[in-house]
Structure formats: C-alpha cells, structure tokens
Ligand binder design. Structure first.
Ligand SMILES: [Ca+2]
Length: 149
C-alpha cells in the first residue's frame, strides 16, 4: 500500500496528495427530497447523508456549499431518534453541535430532522419537508484524479 501511494504520489503530485489528506467530502444534491428519501439516495449513491462532527467537517461542508453557491437550506444526516439526536451514519450519537440560535425547538415531535443553513448552522424541522441535501462521499474522490490522466 505504501509503495502504491508513493508511486501515485510521485506521478500525480498535488492532485492525489490532496486527495489522500481528504478521505471524504460532501456533495450537494439539488433534488428536493424528504429526509428519509434523501437518506436512501445518499446510502445508495454515496456513503450516507453528511456527518459533521468537528470544525474541520464543518469547514469542509462550507467549502462544498460555496463551490455551488449554496444560499438555502439542505438536509444533513442528523435526526432525532426517540429523545436522542443521532447521525444517520452508523447511528452515531452526537458529540458536536452547531445549532442556530433557538434550535432545536421541536421537542414535541419525534420526527425531527436537521438541515444546515447558509451560515453552516443547524436547525430542525419536519422530516417530510422536501429539501436539497448534502451527501457524504469518499468514493468519487479517488476516481476523479485517475480520470484526469
Ligand atoms: Ca426548528
């Protein structure tokens, strides 16, 4: 593996070395879907809905949003299971949050799903609203440098 990495690093220098430092990325899907439908789409075509567990993840998501001039709201992989907020990916309990002021505010319902706004902060809303969504992907990242050869 190390030799493989070294050879390709040598061959592709900047492009691949950047890719190796970034094992995943986010992509905005501009098809309005409910949260469950968005989750299915991301799991099928990518890895899952976007997971944001650090400032680094948040910066990366902001970069993806800026790349497509994102100015709205989009689902991320965050939902309220019974009484506990969890990430879609591996059903992980959250340890990092960036709620917008006043959010989350849907304590009365268990159907709360999270979206991200243009300020990279989160809010919760009915899961059946149709919104654009951010998927997390790690596959295309490794394909892209090769296709540029
Ligand atoms: Ca809310």
């Amino acid at each position: 593996m190390q030799l493989f990495v070294f050879l390709y690093h040598t061959a592709l220098t900047g492009i691949l070395s950047k890719a190796l430092c970034v094992p995943y990325r986010f992509v905005l899907i501009k098809e309005p879907k409910t949260w469950p439908a968005a989750q299915s789409h991301c799991k099928e075509k990518h890895i899952d809905l976007a997971t944001v567990q650090s400032d680094e993840d948040r910066a990366k998501l902001k970069e993806a949003a800026n790349a497509v001039n994102f100015q709205s709201f989009a689902w991320i992989g965050f939902y309220n299971g019974v009484l506990t907020w969890r990430w879609s990916y591996k059903n992980t309990v959250i340890s990092y949050t960036k709620w917008e002021t006043g959010e989350p505010d849907t304590y009365r319902t268990h159907e709360a799903c999270a979206f991200i706004n243009k300020n990279q902060r989160w809010g919760d809303i009915n899961c059946l609203e149709e919104k654009y969504f951010f998927c997390q992907t790690g596959k295309k990242l490794y394909i892209q440098p090769f296709s540029e050869l």
